[in-house]
Design a binder for this molecule. Structure first.
Ligand code: PHE
Length: 447
């Protein structure tokens, strides 16, 4: 067998992983969940989860990927634990489930690029979202987003996207900082900062059961965990890379983008809705769109230019994530069954498109798909990976994580200890609370 390719540079890997991690999870989901789930209390749990659970877990996926050197499903087989391939399969299916509505949101982004150019939402940004987010047009744009993703995966032209992600991360940061500063200067944004940055611990204590599953799963989602993506990316890593160093950088960058997006969207929601209860109610899946489009509308002609640029960058971020989701399933089928790559990519894309039409038809379905992913699928998938790395693969995992670091023995031991104990417990509690939450109020639309 030919030697498998590896990333040409350390930066190449980091950029690809960041390209996967930074996406609608940071820009769209994080601000709206924060505004709806109690502001800073949510952010507080999210930050703990990202660094204390997310970082050890992402290192776990890196270990599996680099050691196995193959796609996320067969990886477990390669590591001589064939029964665990089911974990890879669960991750793959979780990713496809999520992609079905991710793509619908991607369709909205395309819509807002066009509508920024024409100024279509300028007279009524809030109402406009309601008009375009559901129905035939939304289905069409969901199809366009999915087709674009499939074309890129089918023809292996990720190279182009990799180049785009090089520019994407800096340009996202610049735009978010610019918008955050602008939002700060607007009348009415003041109360947002307390709500967003100063946690109300009583609120957290009283709503622990609903905040925790959402905040922890938000960290998983945002870091692309539990869906095989990080396993796949790390399979192209060479032994001289330091996993802890790369992992930390990825977590820091990804968290920074999410926090900045919140610093843009939440103040803008306060400007429009005034006070906390209205912000929480108004901060649904439309928050990003309604929040920023009001700004672009107010800026008139310049707003058209900024609007196209802003949603354009959001689209690149969304595509680079969607590609990594579709790639997990495609590379597995191509490697394992020898199917033709374009046929496989389009086959999956067609099925995901069909599933996503529900979410594009009615936003209540989107909420349902999202809840199930957050409350059950993501925690289950991450829990299984953590159990595997900690208790099944343990000592060999320590071996692998030490490679490419100077010494690193103490870190490796502490890492394994964390995976075996509190990380495992934390993910378990998340799953337990998520299942209870969903069981108490099954969010099945129209029932
Ligand atoms: N992390 C991406 C985001 O925040 C979503 C994603 C998950 C992408 C899993 C790939 C794999 O948007």
């Amino acid at each position: 067998m030919a030697e498998r390719e590896t990333w040409a540079t350390r930066l190449g890997f980091i950029l690809a992983a960041v390209g996967s991690a930074v996406g609608l999870g940071n820009l769209w989901q994080f601000p709206f969940k924060t505004s709806a789930e109690g502001g800073a209390a949510f952010v507080f749990v999210y930050l703990i989860a990202a660094f204390l659970i997310g970082l050890p877990a992402i290192l776990g996926e890196f270990v599996i990927g680099r050691r196995a050197n193959i796609n996320a499903v067969e990886a477990f087989d390669r590591l001589k634990h064939p029964a665990w391939t089911v974990v890879g399969a669960i991750g793959l299916l979780t990713g496809l489930w999520i992609l079905s509505y991710y793509s619908v949101v991607g369709g909205w982004v395309i819509r807002f690029i066009v509508d920024s150019a024409t100024g279509a939402y300028f007279t009524d940004p809030g109402g406009h979202f309601g008009d375009v987010s559901m129905g035939w047009a939304a289905i069409g744009l969901h199809g366009l987003f999915m087709a674009t993703t499939a074309v890129i995966v089918a023809f292996g032209v990720e190279k182009g996207i990799e180049k785009a992600t090089r520019l994407m991360v800096p340009s996202i940061l610049v735009m978010l900082v610019g918008l955050a500063v602008y939002a700060f200067t607007l009348d009415g944004s003041g109360p947002a900062y307390g709500y967003y940055l100063s946690p109300d611990f009583d609120y957290l204590a009283n709503n622990f059961g609903s905040i925790v599953p959402f905040a922890v799963s938000q960290a998983f989602f945002s870091l692309s965990l539990g869906m095989g993506a990080m396993i796949t990316y790390a399979s192209y890593l060479g032994d001289d890379d330091s996993l802890p160093a790369d992992g930390s950088l990825i977590v820091v960058l990804n968290t920074a983008v999410g926090l900045l997006a919140g610093l843009v969207v939440i103040p803008l929601l306060f400007v429009q809705f005034g006070s906390v209860p209205d912000v929480a109610a108004g901060g649904g899946p439309d928050a990003l769109f309604v929040g920023v489009s009001q700004v672009f509308a107010d800026l008139g002609l310049a707003g058209r230019v900024f609007g196209v640029a802003f949603f354009g960058v959001v689209l690149i971020a969304a595509l680079s994530s969607a590609i990594s989701l579709l790639e997990v399933a495609t590379s597995y089928v191509v490697d394992n069954y020898g199917y033709n790559r374009p046929v496989t990519a389009f086959g999956f894309a067609g099925a995901i498109f069909a599933l996503g039409t529900l979410s594009a038809w009615n936003i209540a379905w989107l909420g349902w798909f999202d809840s199930l992913a957050y409350s059950v699928l993501l925690p289950v998938s991450v829990l299984l990976v953590v159990i595997f790395v900690g208790w099944v693969y343990g000592p060999e995992a320590v071996d692998e994580i030490k490679k490419g670091t100077d010494g690193g023995g103490t870190f490796a031991t502490a890492w394994l200890w964390s995976i075996r104990t509190y990380v495992l417990a934390g993910v378990f509690v998340t799953l337990y609370l998520g299942v209870t939450d969903i069981y108490a109020a099954p969010p099945i639309p129209f029932l």
